[in-house]
Ligand binder design. Structure first.
Ligand code: NAD
Length: 293
């Protein structure tokens, strides 16, 4: 393939995604502000760049995987994606941002002859590593069709959600609202069960074939709680960011979320307790700590 790809943000998600692109014989130009991420990227055969400017000037398609809407915004404006990108560049933003940012960036991109898709993903680090991510893509269908072969390298379930550049983000945020609930549900259920004398493995065996089962229970329990290892994964801080945006979205469309909106305060508390940079499954640890008080 002689399409040249760029990747900005080589973190927990961006690194394995860029790795899959390199393994598929694409030339990938990468940039991250974290030197550790850069050296890992170099080791796998990526082309290391020193700036966003250097990336965009060499590529046909640009991927982003950045931690917050504010950082995404900064890369477009202050750090020069808009200014330095060649006309016709295709930009696929896999970060989870707020719907309004998708719309404003899309408009600015149109004005500058850049193609932009808001393309958040679900499936976690494991999904990124195994190329089984779900893509929820908002923007012109013709752009989606154009990048489908690339998304196919990274994911398994590839959805064009709608023509509006924020449509993928809307469903992604709804997904993460559910994740916020389920993660806390797992924390409370396991805490209650163990305090009533139940064994974790036995609970998992039985609940896994009962209606309490969920993908999040399986993920949080098997990958983190059972291993007693809370290295992310998906951090509490990132979940909190998404819950805040979901709450804001509910306010904008005047929908009341009786419990969902309380999740913001609850996960803020978990983050303040020191679990912000841990995987979100640490909600269990927080709940367990409280049980003893
Ligand atoms: P991360 O913090 O591990 O990675 C983000 C990377 O961006 C870091 O390596 C950081 O150094 C880099 N970065 C920050 N500012 C930068 C800048 N100005 N220029 C270049 N690089 C910069 O986060 P992550 O878990 O990989 O998540 C990335 C995005 O994907 C987030 O929007 C998150 O909500 C979303 N997401 C994450 C998961 C998950 O399971 N981790 C799943 C789905 C979606």
């Amino acid at each position: 393939e002689n399409i040249r790809l760029g990747f900005i943000g080589l973190g927990n998600m961006g690194f394995p995604m860029s790795e899959n692109l390199v393994k598929s014989e694409y030339t990938v130009y990468g940039f991250d502000i974290n030197p550790t991420a850069i050296s890992k990227f170099k080791e796998l055969g990526g082309q290391v760049c020193q700036s966003i400017k250097e990336v965009v000037q060499q590529v046909d398609v640009l991927f982003l995987s950045l931690p917050s809407p504010a950082i995404v915004e900064k890369t477009f404006y202050e750090e020069g994606i808009i200014k330095y990108s060649p006309e016709g560049l295709m930009i696929i933003d896999t970060s989870t941002v707020n719907p309004e940012l998708n719309r404003t960036i899309f408009n600015v991109c149109q004005e500058n002859n850049l193609k932009y898709l808001g393309a958040p993903v679900s499936g976690g680090v494991i999904g990124a590593v195994n190329a089984t991510l779900t893509f929820m893509v908002g923007g012109p269908k013709e752009y989606f069709d154009e990048v489908l072969p690339l998304l196919d390298v990274l994911g398994k379930n590839l959805f064009h959600v709608g023509e509006s550049p924020d449509s993928g983000t809307v469903i992604k945020l709804i997904n993460n609202l559910m994740i916020g609930f389920y993660t806390q549900a797992v924390g409370e259920a396991l805490t209650l069960g163990e305090n009533m004398g139940l064994d974790h493995e036995r609970m998992f065996e039985i609940l896994s074939v009962s209606y309490g089962q969920s993908r999040i229970y399986e993920r949080n329990y098997k990958e983190y709680i059972a291993e007693n290892n809370y290295e992310p994964g998906f951090t509490t801080n990132l979940l909190l960011k998404d819950l805040k945006i979901a709450k804001q979205m509910a306010e904008e469309c005047e929908v009341k979320l009786p419990i969902g909106e309380q999740l913001v305060d609850w996960y803020t508390k978990i983050a303040n307790e020191g679990y912000g940079d841990n995987d979100m499954s640490a909600a269990y640890l927080m709940t367990k700590d409280l049980a003893k008080k």
